[in-house]
Ligand binder design. Structure first.
Ligand code: NAP
Length: 285
Protein backbone atom coordinates (compact mmCIF):
# COMPACT_ATOMS: atom_id res chain seq x y z
CA UNK A 1 0.00 0.00 0.00
CA UNK A 2 1.39 3.37 -0.99
CA UNK A 3 2.04 6.27 1.34
CA UNK A 4 0.06 9.39 0.44
CA UNK A 5 1.99 12.48 -0.62
CA UNK A 6 -0.29 14.82 1.27
CA UNK A 7 -0.10 18.18 -0.52
CA UNK A 8 -2.89 19.66 1.54
CA UNK A 9 -1.01 19.00 4.76
CA UNK A 10 2.30 20.34 3.44
CA UNK A 11 0.55 23.39 2.00
CA UNK A 12 -1.01 24.13 5.40
CA UNK A 13 2.38 23.82 7.13
CA UNK A 14 4.12 26.02 4.56
CA UNK A 15 1.36 28.63 4.58
CA UNK A 16 1.52 28.89 8.39
CA UNK A 17 5.27 29.59 8.16
CA UNK A 18 4.76 32.09 5.37
CA UNK A 19 2.09 33.89 7.40
CA UNK A 20 4.65 34.44 10.16
CA UNK A 21 7.16 35.69 7.58
CA UNK A 22 4.64 38.17 6.16
CA UNK A 23 3.82 39.36 9.67
CA UNK A 24 7.53 40.01 10.31
CA UNK A 25 7.82 41.92 7.04
CA UNK A 26 4.87 44.09 8.05
CA UNK A 27 6.40 44.80 11.46
CA UNK A 28 9.86 45.56 10.09
CA UNK A 29 9.04 47.32 6.82
CA UNK A 30 5.55 48.73 7.51
CA UNK A 31 4.40 47.22 4.22
CA UNK A 32 3.35 43.84 2.84
CA UNK A 33 4.17 41.71 -0.19
CA UNK A 34 1.55 42.51 -2.84
CA UNK A 35 0.01 40.34 -5.55
CA UNK A 36 -2.28 41.48 -8.34
CA UNK A 37 -4.28 38.93 -10.31
CA UNK A 38 -5.71 40.08 -13.62
CA UNK A 39 -8.81 38.16 -14.64
CA UNK A 40 -10.18 38.73 -18.13
CA UNK A 41 -13.67 37.55 -19.01
CA UNK A 42 -16.09 35.17 -17.37
CA UNK A 43 -14.46 31.71 -17.58
CA UNK A 44 -16.09 29.77 -14.73
CA UNK A 45 -13.02 27.69 -13.79
CA UNK A 46 -10.76 30.76 -13.90
CA UNK A 47 -13.10 32.60 -11.54
CA UNK A 48 -12.84 29.76 -9.01
CA UNK A 49 -9.01 29.60 -9.30
CA UNK A 50 -8.74 33.37 -8.84
CA UNK A 51 -11.06 33.36 -5.84
CA UNK A 52 -8.97 30.59 -4.22
CA UNK A 53 -5.78 32.58 -4.81
CA UNK A 54 -7.33 35.73 -3.35
CA UNK A 55 -8.57 33.86 -0.26
CA UNK A 56 -5.22 32.17 0.37
CA UNK A 57 -3.31 35.45 -0.09
CA UNK A 58 -5.67 37.22 2.30
CA UNK A 59 -5.28 34.51 4.98
CA UNK A 60 -1.54 34.95 4.83
CA UNK A 61 -1.63 38.73 5.13
CA UNK A 62 -0.43 39.28 1.56
CA UNK A 63 -1.86 42.47 0.04
CA UNK A 64 -3.87 41.22 -2.91
CA UNK A 65 -6.05 42.69 -5.58
CA UNK A 66 -8.09 41.06 -8.33
CA UNK A 67 -8.37 43.32 -11.36
CA UNK A 68 -11.39 42.05 -13.29
CA UNK A 69 -11.65 43.12 -16.94
CA UNK A 70 -14.34 42.47 -19.53
CA UNK A 71 -13.69 39.82 -22.19
CA UNK A 72 -13.65 42.50 -24.89
CA UNK A 73 -10.61 44.31 -23.47
CA UNK A 74 -8.19 44.88 -26.34
CA UNK A 75 -4.71 43.40 -26.34
CA UNK A 76 -3.28 46.91 -26.33
CA UNK A 77 -5.32 47.88 -23.26
CA UNK A 78 -4.28 44.72 -21.43
CA UNK A 79 -0.59 45.30 -22.23
CA UNK A 80 -0.91 48.88 -20.98
CA UNK A 81 -2.58 47.65 -17.79
CA UNK A 82 0.27 45.21 -17.14
CA UNK A 83 2.76 48.03 -17.61
CA UNK A 84 1.01 50.08 -14.92
CA UNK A 85 1.40 47.15 -12.51
CA UNK A 86 5.04 46.68 -13.56
CA UNK A 87 5.57 50.25 -12.34
CA UNK A 88 3.37 50.01 -9.22
CA UNK A 89 5.56 49.43 -6.15
CA UNK A 90 2.61 48.06 -4.11
CA UNK A 91 2.59 44.91 -6.22
CA UNK A 92 5.58 42.58 -6.19
CA UNK A 93 3.83 39.83 -8.09
CA UNK A 94 1.64 40.00 -11.20
CA UNK A 95 -0.40 37.07 -12.44
CA UNK A 96 -2.58 37.07 -15.54
CA UNK A 97 -5.07 34.22 -15.24
CA UNK A 98 -5.00 32.01 -18.33
CA UNK A 99 -6.63 31.22 -20.68
CA UNK A 100 -7.26 34.61 -22.26
CA UNK A 101 -9.93 35.35 -24.90
CA UNK A 102 -8.90 34.24 -28.40
CA UNK A 103 -8.26 37.79 -29.71
CA UNK A 104 -5.41 38.27 -27.21
CA UNK A 105 -1.96 36.80 -27.81
CA UNK A 106 -0.99 35.03 -24.56
CA UNK A 107 2.69 35.03 -25.48
CA UNK A 108 2.70 38.81 -25.81
CA UNK A 109 0.91 39.19 -22.50
CA UNK A 110 3.35 36.91 -20.65
CA UNK A 111 6.25 38.76 -22.27
CA UNK A 112 4.88 42.08 -20.99
CA UNK A 113 5.15 41.10 -17.32
CA UNK A 114 8.34 42.28 -15.61
CA UNK A 115 10.26 38.99 -15.09
CA UNK A 116 10.97 40.04 -11.49
CA UNK A 117 7.19 40.20 -10.86
CA UNK A 118 6.40 37.07 -12.86
CA UNK A 119 5.32 34.92 -9.91
CA UNK A 120 3.84 32.30 -12.26
CA UNK A 121 7.30 31.76 -13.77
CA UNK A 122 6.02 31.75 -17.37
CA UNK A 123 8.10 34.62 -18.80
CA UNK A 124 10.67 33.39 -21.38
CA UNK A 125 13.46 34.89 -19.27
CA UNK A 126 12.37 32.80 -16.29
CA UNK A 127 11.91 29.72 -18.46
CA UNK A 128 15.38 30.31 -19.91
CA UNK A 129 16.93 30.66 -16.47
CA UNK A 130 15.29 27.41 -15.39
CA UNK A 131 16.59 25.63 -18.49
CA UNK A 132 20.06 27.10 -17.89
CA UNK A 133 20.03 25.64 -14.38
CA UNK A 134 19.82 29.04 -12.66
CA UNK A 135 16.13 29.43 -11.79
CA UNK A 136 14.59 32.66 -10.52
CA UNK A 137 10.80 32.43 -10.73
CA UNK A 138 9.62 28.88 -11.42
CA UNK A 139 6.25 27.63 -12.69
CA UNK A 140 4.29 26.94 -9.52
CA UNK A 141 2.89 23.45 -10.18
CA UNK A 142 6.20 21.67 -10.86
CA UNK A 143 7.90 23.74 -8.16
CA UNK A 144 5.26 22.54 -5.67
CA UNK A 145 5.86 18.95 -6.74
CA UNK A 146 9.59 19.29 -6.02
CA UNK A 147 8.75 20.65 -2.54
CA UNK A 148 6.39 17.72 -1.99
CA UNK A 149 9.05 15.16 -2.96
CA UNK A 150 11.58 16.86 -0.69
CA UNK A 151 9.14 16.97 2.24
CA UNK A 152 8.82 13.18 2.06
CA UNK A 153 12.61 12.72 1.74
CA UNK A 154 12.23 11.26 -1.73
CA UNK A 155 15.65 11.55 -3.32
CA UNK A 156 15.66 12.39 -7.00
CA UNK A 157 19.36 12.10 -7.90
CA UNK A 158 20.10 9.15 -10.14
CA UNK A 159 16.45 8.11 -10.36
CA UNK A 160 14.64 7.43 -13.61
CA UNK A 161 11.92 10.06 -13.91
CA UNK A 162 9.26 9.93 -16.61
CA UNK A 163 7.07 12.97 -17.21
CA UNK A 164 3.89 12.44 -19.23
CA UNK A 165 2.99 15.76 -20.87
CA UNK A 166 5.15 18.51 -22.37
CA UNK A 167 3.22 21.72 -21.73
CA UNK A 168 5.16 24.89 -21.00
CA UNK A 169 3.47 25.30 -17.63
CA UNK A 170 3.82 21.77 -16.25
CA UNK A 171 5.56 19.04 -18.27
CA UNK A 172 8.65 20.86 -19.59
CA UNK A 173 9.50 22.80 -16.42
CA UNK A 174 8.87 19.64 -14.38
CA UNK A 175 11.40 17.77 -16.49
CA UNK A 176 13.97 20.53 -16.01
CA UNK A 177 13.49 20.71 -12.25
CA UNK A 178 13.97 16.94 -12.01
CA UNK A 179 17.03 17.18 -14.26
CA UNK A 180 18.45 19.90 -12.08
CA UNK A 181 18.20 17.50 -9.13
CA UNK A 182 20.14 14.95 -11.22
CA UNK A 183 17.32 12.62 -12.23
CA UNK A 184 17.55 10.86 -15.57
CA UNK A 185 14.52 12.32 -17.28
CA UNK A 186 12.30 11.13 -20.10
CA UNK A 187 9.60 13.46 -21.45
CA UNK A 188 6.65 11.79 -23.14
CA UNK A 189 3.58 13.13 -24.96
CA UNK A 190 0.66 12.20 -27.19
CA UNK A 191 2.93 10.98 -30.01
CA UNK A 192 5.05 8.76 -27.76
CA UNK A 193 5.02 5.11 -28.76
CA UNK A 194 4.78 2.34 -26.15
CA UNK A 195 3.96 4.82 -23.39
CA UNK A 196 3.07 2.23 -20.71
CA UNK A 197 6.37 0.45 -21.32
CA UNK A 198 8.35 3.70 -20.96
CA UNK A 199 6.34 4.77 -17.91
CA UNK A 200 7.11 1.44 -16.26
CA UNK A 201 10.82 2.38 -16.27
CA UNK A 202 10.06 5.26 -13.94
CA UNK A 203 11.12 5.43 -10.32
CA UNK A 204 9.30 8.75 -10.34
CA UNK A 205 6.31 9.09 -12.66
CA UNK A 206 4.63 12.46 -13.15
CA UNK A 207 1.34 12.52 -15.06
CA UNK A 208 0.40 15.96 -16.45
CA UNK A 209 -1.85 14.95 -19.30
CA UNK A 210 -5.43 16.09 -18.79
CA UNK A 211 -6.91 12.66 -19.59
CA UNK A 212 -8.85 11.21 -16.67
CA UNK A 213 -7.48 7.89 -15.33
CA UNK A 214 -5.11 7.38 -18.29
CA UNK A 215 -2.41 5.97 -16.03
CA UNK A 216 -3.43 2.57 -14.74
CA UNK A 217 -1.44 -0.35 -13.29
CA UNK A 218 0.09 -1.11 -16.71
CA UNK A 219 2.04 2.22 -16.50
CA UNK A 220 3.55 1.76 -13.06
CA UNK A 221 6.53 -0.17 -11.76
CA UNK A 222 6.27 -1.69 -8.28
CA UNK A 223 7.64 0.74 -5.73
CA UNK A 224 7.38 3.83 -7.95
CA UNK A 225 6.57 7.35 -6.79
CA UNK A 226 3.48 8.53 -8.68
CA UNK A 227 2.57 12.20 -8.95
CA UNK A 228 -0.80 13.07 -10.44
CA UNK A 229 -1.15 16.62 -11.76
CA UNK A 230 -4.39 16.02 -13.66
CA UNK A 231 -7.60 17.82 -12.83
CA UNK A 232 -10.37 16.35 -14.93
CA UNK A 233 -14.12 15.91 -14.55
CA UNK A 234 -15.73 12.49 -14.97
CA UNK A 235 -19.23 11.85 -16.34
CA UNK A 236 -20.70 12.75 -12.92
CA UNK A 237 -18.69 15.99 -12.80
CA UNK A 238 -16.46 14.54 -10.07
CA UNK A 239 -12.86 15.78 -9.99
CA UNK A 240 -10.50 12.99 -11.05
CA UNK A 241 -6.79 12.82 -11.79
CA UNK A 242 -4.82 11.47 -14.72
CA UNK A 243 -4.01 8.45 -12.55
CA UNK A 244 -6.44 5.67 -11.73
CA UNK A 245 -5.72 5.89 -8.02
CA UNK A 246 -7.46 2.63 -7.02
CA UNK A 247 -5.51 0.63 -9.62
CA UNK A 248 -2.10 2.24 -9.00
CA UNK A 249 -2.08 2.78 -5.24
CA UNK A 250 -1.45 -0.91 -4.38
CA UNK A 251 1.68 -0.98 -6.62
CA UNK A 252 3.25 2.40 -5.84
CA UNK A 253 5.33 3.32 -2.78
CA UNK A 254 4.14 6.94 -2.81
CA UNK A 255 1.20 8.57 -4.57
CA UNK A 256 -0.52 11.97 -4.62
CA UNK A 257 -4.30 12.02 -4.16
CA UNK A 258 -6.65 14.13 -6.30
CA UNK A 259 -7.83 16.36 -4.77
CA UNK A 260 -5.40 17.19 -1.96
CA UNK A 261 -2.11 16.43 -3.69
CA UNK A 262 -0.56 18.75 -6.26
CA UNK A 263 -3.35 21.36 -6.35
CA UNK A 264 -2.84 22.90 -2.88
CA UNK A 265 0.91 23.07 -3.52
CA UNK A 266 0.44 25.12 -6.70
CA UNK A 267 -1.32 27.97 -4.91
CA UNK A 268 1.15 27.80 -2.04
CA UNK A 269 4.11 28.22 -4.39
CA UNK A 270 2.44 31.24 -6.00
CA UNK A 271 2.35 32.98 -2.62
CA UNK A 272 5.83 31.69 -1.76
CA UNK A 273 7.14 33.34 -4.91
CA UNK A 274 5.24 36.55 -4.14
CA UNK A 275 7.16 36.78 -0.86
CA UNK A 276 10.37 35.92 -2.71
CA UNK A 277 9.64 38.66 -5.27
CA UNK A 278 9.05 41.12 -2.41
CA UNK A 279 12.39 40.25 -0.80
CA UNK A 280 14.22 40.50 -4.13
CA UNK A 281 12.70 43.85 -5.05
CA UNK A 282 13.36 45.22 -1.57
CA UNK A 283 17.02 44.27 -1.82
CA UNK A 284 17.20 45.64 -5.37
CA UNK A 285 17.84 42.28 -7.11
P1 NAP B 1 -1.88 20.58 -21.78
O1 NAP B 1 -1.26 21.89 -22.08
O2 NAP B 1 -3.16 20.20 -22.45
O3 NAP B 1 -0.79 19.45 -22.08
C1 NAP B 1 -1.11 18.10 -22.00
C2 NAP B 1 0.06 17.28 -22.42
O4 NAP B 1 -0.32 15.91 -22.33
C3 NAP B 1 0.51 17.53 -23.85
O5 NAP B 1 1.92 17.58 -23.90
C4 NAP B 1 -0.04 16.34 -24.63
O6 NAP B 1 0.81 15.90 -25.69
C5 NAP B 1 -0.02 15.26 -23.57
N1 NAP B 1 -1.03 14.23 -23.83
C6 NAP B 1 -2.33 14.41 -24.12
N2 NAP B 1 -2.94 13.22 -24.31
C7 NAP B 1 -1.99 12.27 -24.12
C8 NAP B 1 -1.98 10.87 -24.16
N3 NAP B 1 -3.09 10.17 -24.42
N4 NAP B 1 -0.82 10.22 -23.92
C9 NAP B 1 0.30 10.92 -23.65
N5 NAP B 1 0.37 12.26 -23.57
C10 NAP B 1 -0.77 12.93 -23.81
O7 NAP B 1 -2.17 20.41 -20.20
P2 NAP B 1 -1.41 21.03 -18.93
O8 NAP B 1 -1.74 22.46 -18.82
O9 NAP B 1 0.01 20.59 -18.88
O10 NAP B 1 -2.23 20.28 -17.78
C11 NAP B 1 -2.24 18.86 -17.67
C12 NAP B 1 -3.25 18.47 -16.59
O11 NAP B 1 -2.84 19.03 -15.35
C13 NAP B 1 -4.66 19.00 -16.81
O12 NAP B 1 -5.59 18.05 -16.29
C14 NAP B 1 -4.72 20.26 -15.98
O13 NAP B 1 -6.02 20.60 -15.56
C15 NAP B 1 -3.87 19.85 -14.81
N6 NAP B 1 -3.23 20.94 -14.09
C16 NAP B 1 -3.29 20.89 -12.74
C17 NAP B 1 -2.67 21.84 -11.98
C18 NAP B 1 -2.73 21.74 -10.50
O14 NAP B 1 -2.43 22.69 -9.81
N7 NAP B 1 -3.11 20.58 -9.95
C19 NAP B 1 -1.96 22.89 -12.59
C20 NAP B 1 -1.87 22.91 -14.00
C21 NAP B 1 -2.51 21.91 -14.73
P3 NAP B 1 1.09 16.81 -27.02
O15 NAP B 1 2.06 17.87 -26.59
O16 NAP B 1 1.67 15.84 -27.98
O17 NAP B 1 -0.25 17.37 -27.42
Amino acid sequence: MAQLLDGKKLATTMQAKMKVEVQKIKENDGTAPGLVVILVGEDAASKIYVRNKETAAGKMGIYSKVDRRAADITEKELLALIETYNQDPRFHGILVQLPLPAHIDEEKVIMAIDPKKDVDGFHPLNIGRLFAGDPLMVPCTPYGIMKLLAAYDISVAGKNAVVIGRSNIVGKPMAHLLLQENATVTITHSKTKNLPEIARQADILVAAVGVGHLVDESYVKKGAVVVDVGMNRDANNKLIGDVDFAAVEPIADFITPVPGGVGPMTITMLLYQTIKAYNMQKSGV
